[in-house]
Design a protein around this ligand. Structure first.
Ligand code: MG
Length: 164
């Protein structure tokens, strides 16, 4: 297999899109997290950093794994008791958060703070993903999207720091 041109990054972006999440939606979360701290921050810069996070193999693996479980749950193709747990996004089930933290882990401690914050506030696309009336299951995806945004914020902050 030729890994050099491995399409996993494209697959990751396609899967996100199919589940209703565009790069710009995640970039808006980054903007939300960073606008008070970075003068003249543009959405374009946020998009750039989200793309940077999505280029990491560890992140791609987390995204495709989480989305796959959501899709299986949505289609009723998981066994019980996991099916009900994932469909209902049960409070004591923290495996979705652990997968999301594996993304944040790549970018260090600022990411953890930001992740906790977006997870509580649920702005923009996160509110949409959490709409329980939609019939869709985004138990893993909401945490993953929050983690990508938190990581991109962390990446952005680190880059600016290195410029000084
Ligand atoms: Mg969740």
């Amino acid at each position: 297999m030729v890994y050099k041109h491995h399409p996993l990054e494209e697959t990751t972006k396609t899967m996100l899109k199919e589940r209703g999440v565009n790069i710009e939606d995640i970039a808006e979360l980054v903007y939300f997290l960073q606008e008070d701290y970075i003068d003249g921050l543009s959405l374009e810069t946020c998009v750039e950093h989200v793309s940077g996070v999505l280029s990491k193999r560890e992140v791609q693996n987390a995204v495709i794994t989480g989305i796959e479980i959501d899709k299986l749950a949505e289609a009723g193709h998981l066994s019980e008791p996991l099916l009900e747990i994932v469909q209902n996004d049960e409070g004591l089930y923290g495996v979705d958060e652990i997968i999301a933290l594996s993304i944040v882990n790549v970018y260090g401690s600022i990411g953890f703070t930001n992740y906790g914050y977006v997870d509580k506030q649920k702005p923009g696309i996160l509110e949409k993903l959490n709409d329980k009336l939609s019939g869709e299951c985004h138990t893993f995806l909401d945490d993953i999207v929050g983690a990508i945004a938190a990581s991109a914020s962390s990446r952005l902050a680190h880059r600016l720091d290195h410029r000084q």
